[in-house]
Design a protein around this ligand. Structure first.
Ligand SMILES: Cn1ncc2ncnc(NCCc3cnc(NC(=O)Nc4cccc(C(F)(F)F)c4)s3)c21
Length: 273
């Protein structure tokens, strides 16, 4: 089987099917690779829009990062190709679609479903952080559902490699300012904060710091103005976990491996994820 990253793909290699969704930069279509009959999702991006938004480097970084990732809860990017006007991303097809639509339909999830999703996302983030990759954009819109109901993190357009030079690389940390030394941990824990926000939104149907005006949301976030509404009824174990993740001091947020040992996860998450 030819490695998908090396092959020179063209649009003629695919039969294009129904539209799966539309994003800011272009649409996503169901597609079938003609030789293998392999079903994929094909995201079509317009070069003009990418150029206009000066995000070409982000796209290159996304393809680079994704080509090294293999995890059941991370949507695969098999490869890409381009023509005169467009760039095409060849993506794993998530048969049960977008999580945010499921959340809108159900209003909010049961504690078991929420815990199962949070645990699988924590395992994917442990894998990502282990490769010095931070997603930085964990939100319902970037989560898809696979054919077995499993969650898949998608769209690494905003992900980055952390300060990937080994600390010993420059011989010594001594000359690095605090924010540089601190930033490595700091970035990784960005995703822990976002996972805490997600967990809250799975259980209550709205994100914790939602407000009418952006300025109010901003104020509520920096204040960590975390309130748990009386309805729907949510267990104190769930509230305890969320309270340990939505902590202002990034170094004090619950580490992901500790999250997987939290009673709420142990009691509610389906181990298969
Ligand atoms: C809706 N839907 N239903 C089923 C299904 N199955 C698979 N995929 C779907 N949808 C596509 C999900 C995506 C995965 N990876 C993406 N990556 C991306 O969109 N990257 C990207 C775009 C524009 C600009 C930049 C840049 F330059 F800023 F970096 C980066 S989008 C599906």
């Amino acid at each position: 089987k030819v490695s998908t990253m090396e092959r020179r793909w063209t649009l003629n290699d695919f039969d294009i099917g129904k539209p799966l969704g539309r994003g800011k930069f272009g649409h996503v279509y169901l597609a079938r690779e003609k030789k293998s009959n392999h079903i994929v999702a094909l995201k079509v991006l317009f070069k003009s829009q990418l150029k206009q938004s000066q995000v070409e480097h982000q796209l290159r970084r996304e393809v680079e990062i994704q080509s090294h990732l293999r995890h059941p809860n991370i949507l695969r990017l098999y490869g890409y190709f381009y023509d005169q006007t467009r760039v095409y991303l060849i993506l794993e097809y998530a048969a049960k679609g977008e999580l945010y639509k499921e959340l809108q339909k159900c209003k909010y999830f049961s504690e078991r479903r929420a815990a199962t999703y949070v645990a699988s996302l924590a395992r994917a983030l442990i894998y990502l952080h282990g490769k010095h990759v931070i997603h930085r954009d964990i939100k319902p819109e970037n989560l898809l559902i696979g054919v077995q109901g499993e969650l898949k993190i998608a769209d690494f357009g905003w992900s980055v490699h952390t300060f990937s030079r080994r600390r010993t690389m420059c011989g010594t940390l001594d000359y690095l300012p605090p924010e540089m030394v601190e930033s490595v941990e700091h970035d990784a824990s960005v995703d822990i904060w976002s996972l805490g926000v997600l967990c809250y939104e799975f259980l209550y149907g709205v994100p914790p710091f939602e407000a009418k005006e952006h300025s109010d949301t901003y104020r509520r976030i920096i204040k960590v103005d975390l309130k748990f509404p009386p309805k729907p009824i949510v267990s104190s174990a769930a509230k305890d976990l969320i309270s340990q993740m939505l902590v202002k001091d990034s170094s004090r947020r619950l580490p992901l491996h500790k999250l997987l040992e939290h009673p709420w996860i142990l009691h509610n998450a389906d181990p298969s994820g």
